[in-house]
Design a protein around this ligand. Structure first.
Ligand code: M6R
Length: 591
């Protein structure tokens, strides 16, 4: 689970009527070294946590588990407890001494107080949950109950792994996929009471609660590096299959679309008068790409909005607005809050998500799963390509339902989309020059990316990858906007990646070729991504990378790949941890 947070880690076990624990700042290797030097007692019950710091720096003391005064309970927490200061003051007034600066310890101390007073562990957990505000997944053990743990969730993920004579709880299934594929998805505001042979789920009031069992469709190897140095590199190479799997079964042999999973009546889809795509980070950029296609195909106005901004600006959402959320993890708190806001305004919400059993699909009206397999590298890669592919399926489906494209037009686009996986593979097979290029960038301080139309979000995504994993200042701009300001950044030798639209089939091609000349005339080193056979760019490209011929709207599926690999290669050469870049975590489950 380290990809979810890696600034400190800890474990606790229950044995011999006591809780034993170790916790260490830094990556898990530090904890492992400590455990090797000071082993924990054998036990059949344990909890572990990797942290992404919110309250209190990444120190040993702030690492989880947090143990209540008197060592009665140990607890781990994901999320943010917003009213922790009030709770902490209350407990301190009673004489409780806190040993960390975290919000989480307030929950541990509250739980310890209840259990020490004789309250049953699950009842105590429910009582604690009812006092907490904010987002939390909590897992706790009691020193006197060596065969039982309790866990709870609100606005933060928790799944149960159902084994044979053993059970698990975790933030996601990759934690226990080695042991079982059978899982139970916990709903909002539920508590689960787990022993090796029993799983009891209730709501926060103690009433029995409905659960949703599911079977994980991928196996352990999908969550392993399989010989690659980084998950990110493996995931870049998985993209042809990931896109193919996302398209699989969603179109008929004649090219018409079938999105059986939508469960939104066609009559309702015909009434939609606005689409709002909401997402964060890379998923937001996938949404920006999708806007061009969706508006073009459906003639419905489509806005794309950063989820963390969405609900706080009182967006205009009505019953006839279709909100489409993109999230690889399905747990991004900003996106989840946007969904709740949209549904409060009676909008229909379709989630495009990669994670079965996650909160976002559960809280949406419908879901289109991207079948990318688990994405573990913190920098999203196959997430982006599959989100674009899924949005295109949705766009074509809406066009089909609303009759805004002729059948043969839909079939032609679908046929081209279905033909992209081998083209993505071709890009992957020809990446050596990009890898070589990275060697020239080790001491580079700043890089720019230019694109127009769908090439603009590709530029943004190329820049984000460099920022995230190579810690390099990088900016993406719409090439046409250059002359309105950003061109002042161009100085002798500055590298600029330019994504060139298809030649002869795109009205912006020549304008982008002019933009290349403009920056080159001012000393930039131009790195040009242009399609095969486009020789107009040759004189102005210091470095030229060829892309397969595709139509404009499909170009992001091939043009993004070299930019991903460039960032991966550069970060590797710089000696950085590509899969666990500083300050980041894979799933951002706090607002
Ligand atoms: O899981 P999500 O798709 O909701 O995640 C959204 C962003 O947090 C994510 O794309 C982030 O920007 C990645 N680190 C980008 O590489």
């Amino acid at each position: 689970m380290e990809y979810r947070g890696y600034d400190s880690a800890g474990v606790a076990v229950v044995a011999d009527g006591a809780i034993s624990y170790r916790k260490k700042a830094g990556k898990i290797v530090n904890l492992v070294a400590d455990l090797e030097a000071n082993p924990l007692p054998d036990s059949g019950l344990g909890i572990g946590h990797t942290r992404w710091a919110t309250h209190g720096g990444p120190t040993d003391a702030n690492a989880h588990p947090h143990v209540s005064t008197g060592d009665r309970v140990a607890l781990i927490h994901n999320g943010i407890i917003e009213n922790f200061a009030v709770l902490r003051a209350e407990l301190e007034a009673e004489g409780t001494e806190f040993t960390s600066e975290t919000d989480s310890e307030a929950a541990a101390q509250l739980l310890g107080r209840e259990v020490s007073a004789g309250v049953d562990l699950a009842d105590a957990m429910r009582a604690v949950c009812n006092r907490l505000e904010g987002a939390f997944t909590l897992v706790a053990v009691d020193a006197l109950e060596p065969h039982r743990l309790v866990a709870a969730r609100r606005n933060s993920p928790l799944v149960v792994g159902v084994g044979d004579g053993e059970n698990f709880v975790a933030s996601d299934v990759s934690a226990f996929i080695e042991f079982t594929r059978f899982a139970i998805e916990l709903g909002q505001d539920q508590v689960v009471d787990v022993t090796a042979d029993s799983i009891v789920v209730t709501d926060f009031a103690g009433n029995p609660a409905d659960t949703h069992p599911f079977e994980v469709t991928w196996d352990l190897s999908a969550a392993e590096k399989s010989g690659y140095d980084w998950f990110m590199r493996k995931e870049i190479y998985e993209q042809p299959r990931a896109v193919a799997d996302t398209l699989l079964g969603r179109y008929n042999t004649d090219g018409s679309l079938k999105l059986d999973e939508l469960h939104i009546p066609e009559s309702e889809l015909r009434l939609v008068d606005k689409i709002v795509i909401v997402a964060c980070g890379t998923a937001y950029y996938a949404g920006l790409v999708a806007k061009y296609a969706i508006e073009h195909w459906t003639r419905i106005a489509c806005e794309v909005e950063i989820a963390s901004e969405f609900r706080y600006r009182d967006p205009i959402i009505t019953r006839s607005t279709l909100v489409v959320t993109l999230s690889q993890s399905g747990e991004t708190a900003d996106t989840l809050m946007a969904i709740r806001h949209a549904r409060e305004q009676h909008a229909k919400v379709i989630a495009i998500c990669n994670t079965n059993g996650a909160t976002i699909p559960r809280e949406s009206d419908a879901v289109i799963y991207t079948h990318a397999g688990p994405e573990i590298g913190v920098a999203s890669t196959k997430g982006f390509l599959t989100q674009v592919a899924a949005c295109y399926l949705l766009g074509l489906y809406l066009a089909q339902v609303r009759g805004t494209m002729y059948d043969d037009e839909i079939h032609a686009v679908m046929a081209e989309l279905a033909a992209t996986p081998p083209l993505i593979q071709k890009v992957l097979d020809e990446l050596d020059p990009i890898k070589e290029l990275a060697k020239r960038f080790i001491d580079q301080k700043s890089v720019l990316f230019l694109g127009r139309h769908v090439g603009y979000p590709v530029a943004l995504e190329g820049a984000l990858k460099l920022k995230e994993i190579a810690y390099l200042h990088a900016e993406g701009f719409p090439a046409g906007e250059l002359k309105h300001g950003p061109i002042a950044l161009v100085e002798e030798g500055i590298p600029i990646f330019i994504i060139v639209p298809p030649q002869g089939r795109d009205q912006l091609h020549d304008k982008v070729v002019s933009n290349i000349q403009e920056v080159r005339a001012r000393g930039a080193l131009t790195i040009v991504l242009a399609e095969e056979g486009d020789h107009e760019v040759d004189p102005y490209a210091d470095v030229l990378f060829r892309l397969p011929k595709v139509s404009t709207l499909l170009q992001p599926l091939v043009a993004t790949v070299p930019l991903q690999m460039f960032a991966c290669e550069l970060a590797t050469l710089k000696g950085y941890d590509v899969d666990q870049p500083r300050n980041l975590a894979k799933s951002v489950t706090v607002e």
